[in-house]
Design a protein around this ligand. Structure first.
Ligand code: M6R
Length: 621
């Protein structure tokens, strides 16, 4: 959570930092701010509650010339400690006006540190846990054996902090240097020519350089215009891994759509296609990026999927696929519950941790717990070099490209595809599917991107349905079999984008209570399984549709082409191409993404990329 940027070089730091914050804003947008070191012994800060546009207004008000300087740090905030106010916005300045910091994460021992600072006569200006770091830096720099030594002062501060944090330090006496540190939250260095960048992710600086360095756990990096030096927290030389960024700038921009989310919905055929590439070679499933042997896969006798939100829904689909293909039990667990429940794991348990960002704190903690229990952990992740894959035994990357919209769309479909690859790899290793059966499933998977492209053409129809629905207070989503996770995902999208109450149910559960919610004109989305699949499921859901229609509901039915049985019971019928049972979620999800986006707009939420109260990556538990 929170986006962090840093710059040292020959350009105006303010411009670079504000531009970088624009690309980081998806990480949090409760407030933003920049600090610029001017080279004449001063640090100038401007910060504002609300979205980045508010900061830009403030900069225009004070004048960019008052923020001149080529060393800058910036921050866009998702509030944890303290309300989203101007005072709580970062950067935070020290009591002597000489040190400024930005922080992502949580300083767990901030309360005693704060208390001590107050005893020392320091006046704290914000309610945040972060501000203590600025004052501690000034104290270390002003007195004792670290006096006058920026590096030693920063290391001293870091040594006294507990929790998870990325911190960037600047000091007015040291223009041309930014010291940064990371523990369990992300920080990437961008290497330019005569300039260096820092960012929570590479989107902060891909406009300027494709060369980057990922830092290990508990690393400190000192950047100047021409160099960077990596240290451990104890000051000994540290290590980083240099890599070339393969995302281009256009991938991080809107490409002509009115929102990142709409662009990302349209990128779904590519996201799934790219995720499949290279995983079926000479008739065999290949987990080449996953450092896990065939023998280890063969020994797996139980799978746990741990994930949050949409990634959790993709995990539910993994359960359907893996149990059906591999015949071993699969448990799916909301990551935030996993380690507190004492799950039964051993060396033959495969824990699949699914995460777009690779930073989600709940999922990361679940991974750590699984490892302490001796289980093998395979991460399914969209973000190269992020923490979850780093701490896992193996990783299977989804290739959805950067997902900027807070609501997950293309990353979700890519996760489903990747989870299916894991399922097929297990089936192959354990021999529960013959090679020809695996080839048949793979062929079905490979046909999916083109089918998703067909489903994209339902945009106009779905938009029209959303407009006709008008103002709604609540909406239900029903599914059976693999349609159930789709229903949950549809309801989640509507909640987060339109701020409307929505619930997804297994359609069979309806009669056990939720049917009491049905009243005249209540819109209900029904995801209908293929009549060519488990026969009984199709006929049962047709009965469920009749039950809710009889009670006044208006039904929006998603069914495959040629399924005529549902037609009489649908107020609106959205057609999707025929597919095998397990593949259907990759198609049926798409209309629900359009639906929630348009209902959100109908409700006046035009900024669907940044729903209220949310952040793209949730790095707190
Ligand atoms: O980055 P992750 O995949 O770990 O994120 C998990 C959830 O926070 C995420 O899927 C969230 O539910 C989305 N906003 C849903 O659209």
């Amino acid at each position: 959570m929170c986006g962090i940027v840093g710059y040292v070089g020959g350009q105006q730091g303010l411009n670079i930092a504000v531009e970088a914050l624009r690309r980081m804003e998806y990480r949090g947008y409760d407030s933003s701010g920049v600090a610029v070191v001017d080279g004449a012994g001063s640090i100038n800060i401007v910060k504002r509650a609300g979205k980045l546009a508010n900061l830009e207004d403030k900069i225009a008000e004070v004048g960019a010339e008052s923020l001149a300087g080529s060393t800058a740090i910036g921050h866009t905030r998702w509030a944890t400690h303290g309300r989203p106010t101007d005072q709580n916005a970062h950067p935070h300045l020290s009591f002597d006006g000489k040190a400024a910091i930005v922080h992502n994460g949580i300083i767990e021992n901030f309360a005693p540190l704060r208390e001590q600072l107050i005893k020392d006569g320091v006046e704290l200006k914000s309610e945040t846990d972060s501000e203590v770091a600025a004052h501690l830096l000034a104290q270390a720099y002003n007195e004792g054996e670290t006096a006058g030594d920026f590096r030693a002062s920063a290391l001293k501060v870091l040594g006294g902090l507990e929790g998870a944090f990325t911190l960037l330090f600047t000091h007015a006496d040291h223009p041309g240097t930014v010291i940064a540190a990371r523990r369990s939250t992300p920080l990437i260095v961008g290497i330019g020519e005569g300039e260096m960048f820092l960012g929570s992710d590479v989107a902060a600086f891909i406009e300027h350089t494709k060369q980057a360095v990922e830092l290990g756990q508990d690393s400190v990096v000192i950047i100047t215009a021409d160099d960077f030096e990596i240290l451990n927290f104890d000051g000994t030389p540290g290590e980083g891994k240099e890599f070339t960024i393969d995302w281009d700038l256009a991938a991080a921009e809107k490409g002509g759509y009115d929102s990142f989310m709409m662009k990302e919905i349209h990128e779904q055929p590519d996201a799934v296609r790219d995720t499949l590439v290279g995983h079926f070679i000479d008739g065999r499933i290949v987990l080449d990026e996953a450092n896990i042997s065939e023998a280890e896969l063969k020994a797996v006798n139980k799978v746990f999927v741990v994930a949050c939100g949409s990634a959790y829904h993709s995990g539910l689909l993994a359960k359907y696929a893996i149990e059906h293909w591999v015949r071993i039990p699969v448990e799916i667990e909301v990551a935030s519950e996993f380690r507190y429940r004492d799950p039964v794991l051993d060396a033959n348990t495969l824990v699949v941790a699914v995460s777009q960002s690779g930073e989600t704190a709940d999922t990361l903690e679940a991974v750590r717990h699984a490892k302490t229990q001796g289980a093998k952990v395979l991460a399914v992740c969209n973000t190269n070099g992020s923490q979850i894959p780093r701490e896992s035994d193996a990783v299977l990357y989804t290739h959805a490209g950067p997902e900027i919209g807070v609501a997950s769309t293309k990353a979700f479909l890519a996760q489903v595809a990747a989870n299916y690859i894991v399922g097929l790899a297990l089936a192959q290793a354990k021999g529960t599917k013959y090679p020809d059966e695996i080839r048949e499933i793979w062929t079905a998977l490979e046909e999916i991107p083109a089918k998703i492209a067909e489903v994209l053409s339902c945009e106009e129809q779905v938009t029209e349905i959303a407009r006709t629905l008008g103002a709604i207070k609540t909406m239900l989503f029903l599914g059976r079999g693999v349609g159930f996770p789709v229903a949950l995902e549809g309801a989640l999208k509507l909640k987060e984008l339109a701020y409307i109450h929505a619930e997804g149910f297994a359609a069979g559960e309806l009669k056990h209570g939720p049917i009491a919610l049905i009243e005249d004109d209540l819109p209900v989305v029904v995801v209908v399984p293929s009549p060519r699949g488990v026969k009984v499921l199709h006929s049962k859901i047709v009965s469920n549709i009749q039950e809710i229609r009889a009670r006044g509901a208006k039904t929006i039915v998603i069914a495959e082409e040629g399924d005529d049985a549902v037609e009489p019971f649908a107020n609106w019928l959205i057609r999707i191409p025929k597919s095998s049972t397990i593949m259907q979620p990759l198609l049926a999800t798409v209309p629900l993404q359009y639906l929630s986006a348009e209902i959100a707009r109908q409700c006046g939420n035009d900024d669907i990329d940044k729903p209220r109260n949310l952040a793209k990556s949730v790095t707190v538990e």
